[in-house]
Design a protein. Sequence first.
Length: 209
Amino acid sequence: MLKPDSLTLVATDGHRLALVEVKHDVGITQEIGVILPKKTLLELGKLLAEGEGDILFESGENHLFFEVGGRMLISRMIDGQFPAYERVIPKGNDKDIEFERERLTNAVKRVALLSNERSRAVKFEIEKGKVEVTSSSSEFGEAREQIPVDYAGTAMTISFNAQYVLDFLNVVETDIVSLSLKDEVSQAVMKPVGAQGYDYTYVIMPMRI
């Protein structure tokens, strides 16, 4: 969604949602909203990594045109109505925990090695001053890793697909990330803390195991 003062990109697969908002001052006077194929975004990412300078964007009746570094990418637009993503983003998550990104990433990677191969589930056992990331399988046993945190709220346990958590951690650039929760069954929100130039919100559904 291209708005007069910002560009919003959002994607969802029903289990999680990623939303990025970037401010701009390119002189757009009206809103432009389109749905792009996943392959288009992947190809555009490659062009941005290889090219330099500004990106030229034009919208036709059924196609979009991106010019990056003298190379043109043409994509069809997907017909249909995008889900009302604003409703998915929780507003009442009142339990906030901050982690060192690298430490959380390594803990989830190590613990996930013993998670169930189908569910890839890991548990976050949250208590005052610590979070224990755990997993177990009938074949390999149990893995457990403790992370000290600054948290004094109610103890709770919530489970996530490990790969979904790692997908977020692998693309953020800040040293600190936050996890905001309401309870053990509602959507959680992960965000980079102190990101410069953009606002990134990652909504992830918990698992029941």
